[in-house]
Design a protein around this ligand. Structure first.
Ligand code: ATP
Length: 288
C-alpha cells in the first residue's frame, strides 16, 4: 500500500521479495561511540541471517537500523531497493515484526491484547483481532487458556512465545529478533529454537536474528555472520562452512566455545558407530 510519494510504508503484497540491504552503514552515537563501521550485507528474501558477536559488537544497533529505531550516521539500509529513511517510521515499524529478549510485552495488557494491539491499530475489528490472536497463540505452542493472563503470570518461555505471536500478528514479511531466547533456561531455549525452525519452514519470513550464542546462530541461521567490535564482519557463510573452515583465530575461538561438543569422533562399540564428544562422552549413534 503506497501512500504519498516519498513517505511510504511497505507494499502490502505477500508475494513480494523482502531483501534487506545494508550498504556501508556507519553509526556513531552522540557520545562518540562508534558502534558500526562501514557495514555492508545483503539479507536474502525468506532466509534467516544470524548476526553473532560478543557483547558490544554492534548487533542491536544494526538490527534497529532496519526498523528505524536507529538511523545510521552514514550509509543506507534499504528494503527491496527502497531506502528505509524514505519510509514513514510508524508504518515501517508496524510492518516489521520485532521480538526482544524480555518479550517486550505490555505489562498491563492481557496476552491476547498484547498480540492483538497492532492489528487493532491497523483497523482490524477487536473481535477479529482477538480471534486471530488465539490462532497465533496456538501456532506458537501456547494454550489459549492463557490468553487472558497478564505477562507477569507467564513463565519466561511462555512470554517469549507471546512475543513471537505478537511479532507475527500483523503478518509482516520481515522479522527482527534480538536475543529472543536469551533469558530462558537451556532446555526451554532448545525447544523454542526447534519450534522456531518448524515455524519458519512454514512461514518463510526474511529474518534477521541477533544472538551472542554461536550454537544458536548455527541452529537457526541459514547464513551466519560473525562480528567483531564495530560490527566488522569476521566471517560470513553457512553454518557448516564456518564450522569446517573458520576464517581466523577469532572465529575459531568463537566457534570453539563449546569445543568438546563440536569436535566429535566415532568409536566402534559392539559393531555400532558411537559418536563421542571431545571429552570422550557418548552423544549418539551413527545411522548408516
Ligand atoms: N544510545 C547509545 N549511546 C551511546 N553508545 C551506545 C548506545 N547504544 C549502544 N551504544 C554502544 O554501541 C556499541 C554497540 O552496541 P550494541 O548494543 O549495538 O551491541 P550488541 O552487539 O548488540 O551488544 P549486546 O550483545 O551487549 O546487546 C556498544 O559499545 C554500546 O555501548
Amino acid at each position: 500500500m503506497w501512500d504519498a510519494p516519498g513517505i511510504v510504508g511497505l507494499p502490502d503484497d505477500r508475494e513480494e521479495p523482502r531483501v534487506i540491504e545494508f550498504d556501508a552503514v556507519h553509526k556513531e552515537y552522540p557520545d562518540g561511540t562508534v558502534a558500526v563501521e562501514r557495514f555492508s550485507l545483503i539479507v536474502p528474501s525468506h532466509r534467516v541471517v544470524a548476526l553473532v558477536g560478543s557483547s558490544g559488537s554492534g548487533k542491536t544497533t544494526l538490527l534497529r537500523m532496519v526498523n528505524r529505531m536507529v538511523d545510521p550516521s552514514s550509509g543506507t539500509v534499504s528494503i527491496d531497493g527502497v531506502d528505509v529513511r524514505s519510509m514513514d517510521r510508524v508504518k515501517l515499524r508496524r510492518s516489521i515484526g520485532y521480538v526482544l529478549q524480555a518479550g517486550g510485552l505490555l505489562p498491563h495488557r492481557s496476552v491476547a491484547d498484547n498480540v492483538a494491539t497492532v492489528p487493532v491499530l491497523e483497523g482490524r475489528s477487536r473481535r477479529q483481532a482477538r480471534a486471530d490472536a488465539l490462532g497465533l497463540l496456538e501456532r506458537v505452542g501456547l494454550d489459549t487458556a492463557l490468553a487472558d493472563r497478564y505477562p507477569a503470570q507467564l513463565s519466561g518461555g511462555q512470554q517469549q512465545r507471546v512475543g513471537v505471536a505478537r511479532a507475527l500478528a500483523a503478518d509482516p514479511n520481515i522479522l527482527l529478533m534480538d536475543e529472543p531466547f536469551g533469558a530462558v533456561d537451556p532446555i526451554v531455549r532448545d525447544q523454542l529454537q526447534a519450534e522456531m525452525r518448524a515455524l519458519q519452514a512454514d512461514i518463510g519470513k526474511t529474518i534477521v536474528f541477533v544472538t551472542h550464542d554461536i550454537g544458536e546462530a548455527f541452529a537457526l541461521g541459514d547464513e551466519v555472520v560473525v562480528l567483531r567490535t564495530g560490527a566488522e564482519i569476521a566471517q560470513q557463510g553457512a553454518p557448516a562452512e564456518i564450522l569446517a573452515n573458520p576464517a581466523d583465530d577469532f572465529v575459531a575461538s568463537f566457534v570453539g566455545a563449546g569445543t568438546a561438543q563440536r569436535t566429535l569422533r566415532i568409536r566402534q562399540v559392539d559393531g555400532r558407530d558411537v559418536v563421542v564428544d571431545g571429552d570422550g562422552r557418548p552423544t549418539g549413534v551413527l545411522e548408516r
